[in-house]
Design a protein around this ligand. Structure first.
Ligand code: 2U9
Length: 356
């Protein structure tokens, strides 16, 4: 066989071998290696070209053109194979990254209200259902709204420094303090009513934080109150007792017996402390009720005429009842919580047990 035909055969064989190898390349990396092996400077096509020198000069262009054709075929085949592999690799990557949307998700840990807030909301809801309007007010108060308007005179022990947190103030400034009860909310509600030309009936529930400079096993310097009041014509002690009876039975979720014991509060007259039949021993006598069968739960009374006068409501025409309760105390009684301090330590074992 002539030299030129042998070269042509070699080129033909090379092309076939290369095309087959390109088709079988597993990935783009392997294809790149083949590109170098066949078309690179030291590649197979170059080594075939070296044989061209042995040909007679007139035959060299013929082979040269042939080599160029093979080169073009291989380059085109490499490009085709490369784009096919690129598509294949992309499909493999997408398949590997596929998300199974049918898998159930990890549920996020859900927080919950603090037991005191739960209690506060339960109590407020009961009064809201009875038709009382929820009202809130500032925790930083002045002496008028916290004391004077509530018939608590200057010399009253409740105003002494040991009970009330006062803010520092110069002589000409009005003294500011942390409210010691939520009663100023009702004072402000009545003032707003009168100022806008309105008249009773007013029925308000005032929940919120209050502060007293008092700290021991049964007292915290910050605690929560719910206060309720109703002002209208002909409001009587019977209305007070009916509302208390309904509220306490609804909150404790059972029929609750109540009794009113005469007491003294400056802002109510007459005043009464309210006891319930012991929820632990049903009146038989236990440690909680100290053997008496009764537990004190709140303070109440008919609004003192001086309080109505202080806000400009005619106490000859209108009367009202009011009561106030400590939220922590009632939550403790309902859930058998033995120590007030548990509410303020935020021990998760306690919070979880309480439904957190
Ligand atoms: C107005 C007029 C009167 C609210 C009342 C009590 C009795 C009472 C205590 C219960 C436990 C406070 O948290 S505690 O220490 N409260 O005994 N509160 S009558 O009387 C009012 C309120 C507003 C305008």
């Amino acid at each position: 066989m002539s030299e030129i035909n042998s070269l042509k055969d070699k080129l033909q064989a090379l092309q076939e071998k290369a095309l087959l190898a390109f088709q079988e390349a597993a990935d783009l990396q392997a294809l790149q290696t083949l590109r170098v092996a066949y078309l690179g400077k030291k590649g197979e096509l170059t080594s075939v070209l070296k044989g061209v020198g042995k040909l007679p000069p007139q035959e060299r262009p013929v082979i040269g053109q042939h080599v160029n054709e093979v080169k073009a075929v291989l380059a085109a085949a490499l490009d085709t194979a490369a784009s096919a592999l690129a598509v294949k690799e992309k499909e493999q990557r997408i398949a590997a990254e596929r998300l199974d949307m049918t898998l159930s998700g990890r549920s996020a840990a859900r927080g919950s209200l603090h037991p005191v807030q739960q209690g506060l909301q339960e109590m407020t809801d009961i009064f809201a259902h009875m038709g009382f309007t929820i009202a809130e007010g500032p925790e930083i108060e002045d002496e008028f709204h916290n004391f004077d308007a509530l018939n608590i005179p200057q010399e009253h022990p409740a105003r002494a420094m040991h009970d009330t947190f006062f803010f520092e103030a110069s002589d000409e400034q009005q003294a500011k303090l942390l409210r010691t009860h939520t009663s100023p909310v009702q004072i402000r509600t009545m003032q707003d009513c009168v100022a806008s030309g309105g008249t009773p009936p007013l029925a308000i529930v005032a929940p919120g934080r209050v502060y007293r400079c008092d700290y021991d096993v049964t007292h915290s310097p910050m605690f929560h109150q719910v206060e309720v009041f109703k002002v209208d014509k002909d409001v009587s002690l019977a209305h007070l007792k009916g509302v208390l009876q309904h509220f306490l039975s609804a909150y404790f979720e059972k029929n609750i017996e109540i009794r009113l014991r005469p007491h003294y509060f400056p802002f109510t007259e007459p005043s009464a402390e309210v006891d319930i039949g012991c929820v632990f021993c049903s009146g038989k006598g236990c440690r909680v009720c100290k053997g008496s069968g009764w537990v004190e739960v709140l303070g109440s009374g008919m609004i003192h005429p001086n309080v109505l006068k202080a806000v400009g409501i005619d106490s000859e025409v209108y009367s009202g009842f009011a009561f106030g309760l400590g939220v922590e105390r009632l939550v403790m009684l309902k859930h058998g919580i033995p120590d007030l301090r548990l509410f303020f330590e935020n021990d998760v074992r306690f919070l979880r047990r309480m439904g957190a």
